[in-house]
Design a protein around this ligand. Structure first.
Ligand code: ARG
Length: 567
């Protein structure tokens, strides 16, 4: 609502200035730096500069014009301080219109922004025969949240898990498996054992570089369909996917497609042919490259032995997706370290003459740090995601045992709290930044944490308890107290927050908003007595806090957190 008011004032004033002075002057309408100054603030400096009139005169003219605004009846006070015109809203009228809007909308926060538009999202995408890393966890959590936000805005979202199931490493793994693998061990603990074989291969290759050639040959034959290798590869893919599925189940993450790199094996020739046809492919020491502008290194499309590369598969995947889904945007949720890759991908598409290169977005993210250092696979020791998730569950169970030992279904709730804590810890930070991974900090029920949000929602539910809220029987005057009004203004921001989160592809905007909303609720609850005798007053207040709870729950779900009823 406030945004509509602000935009209307802007348009009204710009039109007025144009009609009166025949000048196009951009008017900004903002939030005052200091809350005490009012709710809306309009700096007039740009108008003064263009009109070359004294400041007081411009302030006077614009202030007068504001009185003709469509929303004038929402304004209580208009005054000016050193070049800013400040408007204070009439709390009663404003609050009432927002509460009415919330009442009337079925799915508060949704928007028609995405209607008729399709966005393909490429996220999670772990590499077969390797453990699901914390980096893949970030991609999964960020991608899932963005996908949910897009759906709320009515975009059609296609979620693709672009599995890393192809590439020369499979030649190495197959070589190592056939030559010194222990089949039983691999059966028992596939990912860990395959990973060991892979590491071991590199150790051996240092001694005997010729095995690199063996591995390359195997990969080449795999590409050409050697049945023995294909069968092994399929098996490795299957057992790996089984492990990843456990993680997805805990996070409640689903995909529309698991077409990984291998799926494009037979679709790359067309890409190479098209590049040749367009005269873009150049021979460079036997390899095939596309030269790129803007000081970018060339894109390596084909190695001298004829095998293709990561980017070749990505090109094939992109064209396939464009043909299959006719997307309006494609988002790749991948770490900062692949920035060059996606810049090159975009550039190749641009040089090929497709203007939709502009719709390709790399949704980059930072590292996961532990005590300030990169959290990664130490030699021989793997950070196992399942262990981390179990640990988070254990910590939240300790917490629950301390706070609410008689709670039913403690185990189940502890898992939901623990996992959501990890999710929220990731999403509250701007994605491109590194995040610190400290389980006991994130599982804390106080502070800027997931459990704090879940706890706030549960608390509101327990306040409302058995009371039946009558949405029609409200005393709007009660919404004008400072604490109520702050809460109502924040409720009003929800739809815009979601749009902003989409524009910046940043779930942290929503995450931070939910923290603000929760803290305004806590202030409100500390200042106002809700469970009063007077039935209308009680009803009015319960309705307000129920809106807060519904937004918290909705927002948490969008972020991929679990909503709980008791904790
Ligand atoms: N499997 C890759 C990795 O783990 C990520 C794939 C991202 N998606 C893509 N279309 N390149 O590094």
């Amino acid at each position: 609502m406030i945004n509509i008011i602000k935009n209307t004032i802007k348009k009204e004033l710009e039109l007025f200035l144009f009609n009166t002075y025949n000048q196009e002057i951009e008017i900004t309408v903002e939030k005052p730096k200091n809350q005490k100054m009012g709710d809306i603030s309009i700096p007039v400096f740009s108008a003064v500069k263009v009109l070359r009139k004294p400041l007081p005169q411009v302030v006077e003219t614009i202030s007068e014009q504001i009185k003709n605004s469509e929303y004038y009846n929402y304004f209580d006070k208009i005054n000016s301080v050193s070049g800013f015109i400040n408007i204070t809203l009439n709390k009663g009228i404003f609050a009432k219109s927002i509460i009415k809007e919330v009442q009337q909308t079925k799915n508060f926060g949704e928007s028609n922004l995405g209607e008729g538009k399709t966005i393909v999202m490429d996220y999670s995408s772990p590499n077969i025969a390797k453990p699901f890393s914390v980096g893949h966890l970030r991609s999964t959590v960020i991608g899932h949240a963005i996908g949910n936000i897009l759906e709320k805005l009515n975009y059609e979202v296609v979620r693709v898990n672009h599995l890393g199931d192809f590439g020369t490493q499979f030649g190495k793994i197959i070589y190592a498996y056939l030559n010194h693998g222990d089949k039983d061990k691999v059966e028992e603990n596939p990912i860990e054992e395959l990973m060991k074989l892979y590491v071991d291969f590199h150790e051996r290759a240092k001694e005997d570089p010729s095995i690199e050639d063996e591995a390359r040959k195997i990969f080449k034959e795999l590409e050409q369909g050697n049945p023995k290798y294909v069968k092994l590869w399929e098996h490795f893919r299957e057992v790996s996917l089984e492990e990843y599925m456990k993680v997805y189940e805990i996070l409640d993450v689903k995909f529309n497609s698991y077409n990984g790199e291998a799926f494009y094996n037979d679709k790359m020739k067309a890409v190479v042919d098209e590049l040749i046809e367009k005269n873009l492919l150049v021979k460079d020491e036997g390899a095939m490259i596309v030269s790129l502008s803007d000081n970018l290194p060339p894109a390596l499309i084909q190695k001298s032995d004829g095998s293709t590369l990561y980017i070749t598969r990505d090109l094939a995947a992109l064209f396939y997706r464009k043909n299959t889904y006719d997307f309006d945007e494609v988002l790749y949720v991948v770490g900062n370290e692949q920035k060059l890759h996606f810049t090159q991908l975009r550039e190749v598409v641009k040089t090929m003459g497709y203007d939709y290169y502009e719709d390709i977005h790399h949704i980059n993210f930072g590292l996961v740090l532990q005590d300030g250092k990169k959290m990664a696979t130490r030699k021989g020791k793997i950070v196992r995601l399942m262990d981390v998730l179990q640990e988070a569950k254990k910590l939240s169970l300790n917490y629950i045992n301390e706070k609410n030992p008689t709670l039913e279904n403690k185990e189940e709730i502890a898992e939901k709290v623990g996992v959501s804590a990890i999710v929220f810890n990731d999403l509250k930070n701007y994605r491109a930044n590194d995040i610190e991974f400290n389980l006991s900090d994130m599982v804390n029920f106080v502070g800027q944490t997931g459990p704090y949000l879940q706890y706030t929602s549960v608390r509101i539910t327990s306040i409302i308890e058995e009371n039946v809220i009558d949405k029609e029987n409200l005393d709007y005057k009660l919404y004008t107290s400072d604490a109520s009004f702050e809460l109502i203004k924040t409720i009003d921001e929800y739809p815009e927050i979601l749009i902003k989160a989409k524009e910046e592809y940043s779930p942290s905007i929503l995450a931070k908003y939910l923290l603000t909303l929760a803290s305004y609720f806590n202030t409100y609850y500390a200042q106002e007595k809700v469970m009063v005798e007077d039935l209308i007053e009680r009803n009015t207040k319960l309705f307000l806090i129920s809106i807060v709870r519904d937004i918290l729950d909705d927002g948490m779900k969008l972020l991929g957190m679990q909503v709980i009823k008791k904790m």
